[in-house]
Design a binder for this molecule. Structure first.
Ligand SMILES: *Cc1c(COP(=O)(O)O)cnc(C)c1O
Length: 459
């Protein structure tokens, strides 16, 4: 007889992960390496070390070590807000009248309000260990900048954030949270960098983009003594740190003998989804179990479902290494959707490779459907979800409704990455019936992809 499943499955401190899991170690065909845009050759540790912290470079390049120790200091920080709850969505199941069993892993129970803190503390820790003065970064909607500010404050590191101008103006409260934690916040593009001035000259009045803020942050890091650049998504190292989400989920589910049939997550740069599915994907890669994995992206920025698997720039200024990924082209500017964290033109190269091998599915969903699902969820489960997270809610609900039609008792696990308190303007638009769904035309997608670089001998 199976034990009755509680509403929330917690872990004891001694059950929390002591190591991160590196899914690349179990991949037969590995993700493609980062390339130097000048030479078209794989980036060496030395070249990456100019931009990133040394130990993070090692993690970035390591595709053979399956388990990497989580330093004690980071584990201690994790204990302040982890384990995050794994919730059985009994109330949502009842509302949907479905035989499906729905679980979600909630990452919003820390002040920064999302999973991003899991990697922020790790990256800040390695910067501190290297004896650096500080770090620079970009932030779009503001979640990553907030998380990094918290981590830097804890470790007494300087934190310089370039915030996409439109968010800087529209989300003053996020900006103030960052400043409260001691970070300096500059709206991007700015006149403080060479690349910012270049972009402003070419596009006067631009409200900025993530790719542009990345270029500025990298320029400041490489030009300032004792600084390195850190990034909140896309990179392998970030997905490695986020594996703590999946490892906790798996330990909690194993305690009760629960095996998910499908695992669903929203995908911006792929870090929360990659982290959530990592240990389950590892089992599948080793032939020990079968799961269905679903990446959910906005129809306005459909990297997986309409992009191409090519080497591309990660930033607008084209100063970062090239990554092989599902991309819409670094010049693609998605429409002003409210899921700021899902507006990146590319995708994690590890997830891209897994998707290309057919080990993962992807779905694109429209904004108004996402908000309708978010409100239905909030009204029964209590949590006010972030717009990004609500993409996963939408597809989890769709799958649960399918189970009702077929009578299948499937077990669904989805990632609830954060809370939406700073997104009330978006909820207001939805409540007032003023939210629109913009889906890029084939011509717009083709125009973005036309800007993907030609690399002799590669593409
Ligand atoms: C940043 C963010 C995402 C998307 O980033 P990934 O790297 O794809 O996980 C999703 N949800 C929230 C709440 C975020 O802040």
């Amino acid at each position: 007889m199976s034990r009755e499943i509680p509403y929330k499955i917690y872990l004891e401190e001694n059950e929390m992960p002591k190591q991160w899991y590196n899914v690349r170690a179990d991949m037969k065909k590995k993700p493609e390496p980062l390339l130097n845009p000048a030479t078209g050759k794989p980036m060496t540790a030395e070249e990456l070390g100019v931009v990133f912290c040394d130990e993070l470079v090692q993690q970035e390049l390591d595709d053979t070590t399956p388990y990497i120790d989580i330093p004690q200091e980071i584990r201690d920080f994790y204990k302040m807000y982890r384990p995050s709850p794994l919730v059985r969505a009994y109330c949502l199941e009842k509302k949907l009248d479905t035989p499906a069993k729905i679980y979600y892993k909630f990452e919003g129970n820390n002040t920064s309000g999302s999973h991003k803190l899991n990697s922020a503390i790790a990256q800040a820790y390695y910067a501190k260990k290297q004896g650096l003065k500080g770090v620079t970064t970009e932030t779009g909607a503001g979640q990553w900048g907030t998380a990094l500010s918290m981590a830097c404050a804890y470790l007494d590191l300087d934190c310089k954030v370039f915030m996409v101008k439109v968010s800087y103006e529209q989300k003053p409260f996020r900006r103030e949270v960052m400043r409260t934690y001691g970070a300096s916040v500059t709206p991007s593009p700015s006149t403080t960098t060479e690349v910012g001035r270049r972009i402003l000259e070419a596009h006067p009045g631009t409200t900025g983009s993530l790719g542009c803020a990345i270029s500025e942050a990298v320029e400041v890091a490489t030009g300032s003594e004792g600084y390195r650049y850190v990034l909140g998504s896309v990179l392998n190292q970030v997905m490695l740190h986020q594996s703590v989400i999946g490892l906790e989920s798996k330990t909690a589910m194993d305690k009760y003998g629960i095996k998910p049939d499908m695992i669903i997550g929203c995908a911006g740069g792929g870090s929360n989804l990659g982290g959530l599915i990592a240990p389950f994907m590892g089992e599948m890669l080793r032939g020990e179990a079968e799961y269905k994995f679903i990446a959910v992206e906005p129809a306005s920025c459909p990297s997986f479902t309409r992009g191409k698997y090519l080497y591309d720039y990660c930033d607008t200024g084209m100063i970062c290494p090239l990554a092989k990924m599902y991309t819409l082209g670094s010049g693609f500017i998605p429409s002003a959707s409210h899921a700021g964290g899902l507006r990146f033109h590319g995708m994690s190269s590890t997830l891209s490779e897994l998707y290309d091998q057919g080990l993962m599915e992807a779905r694109a969903v429209e904004q108004t459907d996402v908000f309708a699902a978010a409100e239905e969820f909030a009204r029964v489960e209590g949590i006010l979800p972030a717009p990004e997270s609500s993409h996963a809610i939408k597809v989890a609900m769709d799958e649960a409704i399918k189970c009702k039609e077929t009578g299948e008792e499937k077990t669904i696990l989805f990632g609830l990455t954060g809370t939406g308190y700073f997104d009330m303007t978006a909820y207001q638009k939805f409540n007032d019936g003023e939210m629109s769904d913009y889906i890029p035309t084939d011509e717009e997608i083709a125009a973005g992809l036309a800007g993907v670089p030609k690399i002799p001998g590669i593409q």
